[in-house]
Write a protein that binds this ligand. Structure first.
Ligand code: AMP
Length: 274
């Protein structure tokens, strides 16, 4: 595996490779969720590029940019063992200039839920993903459904700008007890780790209700909020269609249930696609 830190070195590394490129962008502190994306990229492409970049423009003032877990050496080893060909770990200077031209998240879909709670987050995310897709020349790029709105916005950006890349959505990877894997889970102490289960359990309670015939969104939200009483603060519980617009009645095949809640230090998110 080649580790490259500059755009020039990335271009040189790419010239030494041939064939379809599978790309997995990450912010590092790699876990099984990231690995599942890397494995799928490995299975479907001749070349696999992974990036690790804690992107400052998608963190809001007061968020955990400085504290975000950084584990370069361990991450590089994980990538190497997983058969990654090129690991791109650029510096901020490599990726940004001052007074940049910016891409904006769409007014509705980009400013609801995560976008409403973290205004500007998606603009920064789209900005960096656009750069990384162009730099890597990815044939396919792999994103987790864990970040449901992020995935949908990237798909929209690819449509809007006619980007020559296939976006591959990947299922959410969970611990055995149901907690969705996240780099931010490292912030949790033992008690918080236990309470963090209320996110996936609220989704399970909702899907149980739906399986037994309930379709009314208010009833389902009320049940989810009961389970989420263990959270320190619930930011949102949302039941939306595939465009992230609120609905009144659940439709199997077209609904996403989402939750965001604070447990101790981290703010965690989880969702289920019906
Ligand atoms: P991050 O490092 O948090 O920016 O995540 C990099 C990619 O990994 C994104 O596409 C995430 O959606 C994906 N990802 C993170 N956690 C999981 C998970 N538990 N299951 C599947 N994909 C995930």
């Amino acid at each position: 595996m080649e580790i490259v830190r500059t755009i020039e070195a990335l271009q040189e590394a790419k010239q030494r490779q041939q064939g379809s490129i599978g790309f997995v962008p990450t912010m590092g502190a790699l876990h099984e969720g990231h690995l599942s994306l890397i494995r799928q990229a490995r299975a479907e492409n001749e070349v696999v590029i992974v990036s690790i970049f804690v992107n400052p423009t998608q963190f809001l003032e007061g968020e955990d940019l400085d504290a975000y877990p950084r584990r370069e050496a361990a991450d590089a080893k994980i990538c190497d063992v997983a058969g990654v060909d090129v690991l791109f770990m650029p510096t901020i200077d490599q990726m940004y200039e001052s007074d940049e031209l910016c891409i904006g998240a769409p007014a509705k879909r980009g400013y609801t839920l995560e976008g409403a709670k973290r205004p500007g987050h998606f603009d920064g995310m789209l900005q960096i993903v656009m750069k990384l897709l162009n730099l890597t020349g990815a044939t396919r790029a792999y994103f987790g459904k864990k970040d449901a709105q992020q995935l949908a916005l990237i798909q929209q950006m690819v449509r809007t700008y006619f980007l020559p890349v296939e976006i591959v959505p990947c299922p959410i990877v969970r611990d055995a007890d149901g907690l969705a894997l996240s780099s931010r889970n490292t912030y949790l102490d033992a008690d918080e780790r236990q309470r963090a289960l209320c996110l996936s359990r609220s989704l399970k309670a909702a899907t149980d209700l739906i399986a037994s015939g309930t379709r009314d969104v208010t009833t389902i939200r009320t049940r989810m909020l009961e389970v989420l009483a263990l959270a320190d603060r619930v930011e949102y519980v949302a039941i939306v269609d595939r465009a992230f617009l609120p609905i009144e009645t659940v439709e199997i095949g077209g609904t996403i249930l989402l939750v965001a809640a604070w447990i101790g230090r981290p703010r965690l998110i989880d969702n289920v696609w019906l």
